[in-house]
Each structure stands twice: as C-alpha cells, then as structure tokens.
Design a protein around this ligand. Structure first.
Ligand SMILES: Cc1cc2nc3c(=O)[nH]c(=O)nc-3n(C[C@H](O)[C@H](O)[C@H](O)COP(=O)(O)OP(=O)(O)OC[C@H]3O[C@@H](n4cnc5c(N)ncnc54)[C@H](O)[C@@H]3O)c2cc1C
Length: 381
C-alpha cells in the first residue's frame, strides 16, 4: 500500500484539529487519523470541565497564553458554524481575603498582558450582582470565558475528515526507507510519510517507541466532580473560580454551570498512577516530596465528599452538604512531569524521524486545540 501523507495518532480534540488543519492546508494530501477507542473524544476531550478559557492564568509569552487566547476565539466560531452547544457565560475568580489580593493582582497583570478581552477587577457588591450567592473581598470578571461541549466539537471535527479509523491502536513505530511504519494491535500496519502523535496519556510511551527521550513522563491526575441537585442549581449562575496556587498547573476546585444545565463542583486533582513505574519515577518522587501537603488535601477531597463541599462553601456560603449528589463524570489529566520533579507548565512538543509528538497538552488544551493544530502544521512545514 502507498504511504499516506500524514497519519495522526489519537482522535482527541488535538489530533482531530491537527488532521483538519493539515487537510485544509493541503487538500490533495491523504490524512488518516488512528484512534484506539471505538469512537473519538473518549478520553480527556470528553471528560473535562468544559470551560472555554480566556487566557488569564498563563505566563505572558508562553504558548499557553498565545494559543489559548487565539484558540478560544476560533473555538467560539467553530461551535457557531457547526451547531455545537456553547455559551459565553462569563466567569469570576474570587479572592476570599486580603491575603489573596497579591495573587489576584498577578492574574490581572497576566490577563492584561495576554490580551484577555473585557477583563475587569470588581468589588464585593458587583460580585454579588453577577453571582448573588458568592462571597469574596474582590474578584476578576472575565466576560469572554464560556462553556462548551468539547465532545461535540470532537465529533464535528471528525465529521469533516475523510479518513478516521477507530479501533486502531498503534503499538509500534518503525522508520522504513520512505515512510514511518505504524503497527497496529490487530496486526495491520499503516505507512505514513509523516506522523503526528497526539496521544494524551500515552504520549510519552509512543514517543519513546518512536525513539524520543523518556523525559518528560506523563503522570496521570484524576479529576472528579460533584453535582448540585437540580433544585439547588440557582446557587451558581455561571463560573466561580478560586485564586489558584500559581506554582501548580491546576486551577483549583470551582463551581461551574454547563451547557447541559448541570452545575458541577470540582475537579479533584489526585495523582493516579496507571503504569508500573509511575510512582517510582524520580520525577514523581521529587514531586511528592515537594507537594505532599497538597497531595493530602487532594486525597481528602477525593475520599470525602464533605471536604470538597466545604472547600466550595468558602465561595458560596449557602451551599449545604445535602445540596450535592455524585458527579457522573471523571477524567484523567495527562500532565507531563520532568525527571527533576517539575510539572511541565507549557504545551510541549518533540520530534523523532518523520514524526512530531505532542508531549504536553493539558488544560487549556481543549480550548486551544484549533490554535495548537496551526502550530503543529507550521512545525511540519
Ligand atoms: C479533569 C480535567 C479538566 C479539564 N478541564 C479543561 C477545561 O475546562 N478547558 C480546557 O480547555 N481543557 C481542559 N482540560 C484539558 C483538556 O481536556 C485537554 O487539554 C485536551 O482534551 C487534550 O486533548 P488531546 O487530544 O491531546 O487528548 P485526549 O482527549 O486524551 O486524546 C488522546 C487520544 O489518543 C488516543 N490514543 C492514545 N494512544 C493511542 C494509540 N496507541 N493508538 C491510537 N490512539 C491512541 C486516545 O484513545 C485518546 O482518544 C481538562 C482535562 C481534565 C482531565
């Protein structure tokens, strides 16, 4: 069989957006997506907070900052054009006391530097107008932030592509004379002139099989949510977020109203070892030494519903233990971790022969997917 021009491994939002971008740039090229699951968007893409981030949190000049701001605009347009459910709900990031104001200042500085539309500092009265049940000494209001059905985006992207093969798990990667051979679990093989790996939790494994360095390794962090009972959904109008710890890539437990009408509380961020070696990797040990206190809090959040509710109640005092029910969703974040114990903050890529690997695409990876796809296509030339 003649090789395809491009094989994209991984039918999550990043792989699908990449395949679409390549197909649009080179309509004559053959582009094949290989996805191991029976349908696209089953992993992080279909199991996340569903928030279209506006670009507030990220270090100015980083890829996350640029691609989130660009990606959000493009994603709103995409949803409008393709009839995917979305809502520009706006969001508040709330400081609970004076001690959190310097961190809120820093978020405001970053948001402005990143060009976030409409970002504004507000006081307690305006906070109450926007979110009548929320309390805090100050907040940032981002009117551009919204919610979206990312799984719906993945399906709409797949529908535009000519060749999406599901149930196609790539097991081995071998350079051949004029192409890369991608061997599949069912014994079949696909030859591709270029391959782009967008494999989320499996990104490091596949990169290593293709000849890349082991560092960084993907460490999984599980996120789970609680849901407000339908009769208590009026406690939250849109999105209520805390001021996050700036040294961690997670945004903290928040309350969020979704396109379905559900109001979620979460997600947790619990280290969730998946493979032998995840816990004994020097990076994980260093991470655990540095963040053991945060780890203990996360274990409590995951194990005890009441601690997660108590955390959220700091922002919405009327929230009671009986106002929640278990969430239906949980998702595993694919977060890259260096051997030195540092969580890789920015989006990251690496190369092997004839291949490009997306090595780190955590949040806001779904928001940024259409913009990440452009960067990948530019990299391929
Ligand atoms: C709890 C949580 C909350 C989040 N909240 C947000 C949010 O509010 N906003 C936001 O923008 N982002 C959020 N994110 C991040 C976002 O979900 C990810 O950045 C994004 O989905 C990454 O997409 P992806 O395509 O890289 O990965 P994935 O969706 O994980 O897709 C990878 C795909 O590769 C496939 N694959 C893997 N190995 C192989 C193989 N060997 N052969 C074939 N296929 C393979 C998998 O089956 C999978 O479908 C959140 C993530 C989580 C987990």
């Amino acid at each position: 069989m003649a090789p395809v021009d491009y094989a994209v491994v991984g039918g999550g939002i990043v792989g699908l957006a990449t395949a679409r971008e390549l197909q649009r740039r080179r309509p004559d090229a053959t582009v094949t997506v290989l996805e191991r699951e029976p349908e696209v968007g089953r992993h992080q893409t279909g199991r996340n907070s569903g928030v279209l981030h506006a670009g507030i949190y990220y270090e100015p000049g980083s890829l996350k900052a640029r691609l989130c701001v660009e990606g959000m605009r493009e994603m709103y347009e995409f949803c409008e054009e393709h009839g995917v459910a979305y809502e520009r709900t706006g969001k508040v990031i709330v400081a609970l006391d004076g001690g959190e104001l310097p961190a809120l200042d820093e978020l405001e500085r970053r948001g402005r530097a990143n060009g976030v539309e409409g970002l504004r500092r507000i006081g307690p009265d305006e906070l109450r107008e926007l979110e009548p049940h929320a309390r805090g000494v100050a907040a940032l209001h981002s009117p551009a932030t919204g919610v979206v059905d990312f799984a719906g985006v993945a399906r709409a992207l797949a529908a535009e592509l000519e060749d999406v093969r599901t149930g196609a798990a790539v097991e081995a990667v071998a350079p051949r004379q004029r192409a890369l051979e991608l061997r599949l679990a069912d014994g079949d093989a696909l030859h591709a002139r270029r391959a782009i790996f967008c494999a989320g939790l499996w990104a490091d494994e596949l990169a290593v099989r293709a000849g890349a360095a082991r560092d960084p390794r993907i460490v999984p962090f599980r996120g789970a949510w609680l849901r407000l009972k339908p009769e208590r959904r009026d406690l939250v109008r849109s999105l209520i977020y805390p001021v996050p710890d700036p040294s961690l890539p997670f945004l903290g437990v928040h309350l969020s109203r979704h396109t379905s009408g559900d109001v979620l509380i979460g997600p947790t961020a619990l280290l969730w070892p998946r493979r032998p070696g995840d816990l004994t990797w020097p990076g994980t040990l260093r991470l655990a030494r540095r963040w053991w206190r945060t780890g203990v809090t996360e274990v409590r959040h995951a194990a005890l519903r009441s601690t997660l509710v108590a955390d959220a109640r700091r922002y919405v005092p009327d929230l009671g233990d009986d106002d929640v029910q278990p969430g239906v969703l949980s998702g595993i974040r694919a977060q890259a971790l260096g051997r030195d114990g540092r969580l890789v903050d920015d989006f990251a890529f690496s190369r092997t022969e004839r291949a490009l690997h997306v090595r780190n695409a955590p949040s806001p990876g779904a928001t940024s997917a259409l913009a990440i796809a452009r960067v990948v296509a530019d990299e391929l030339g």
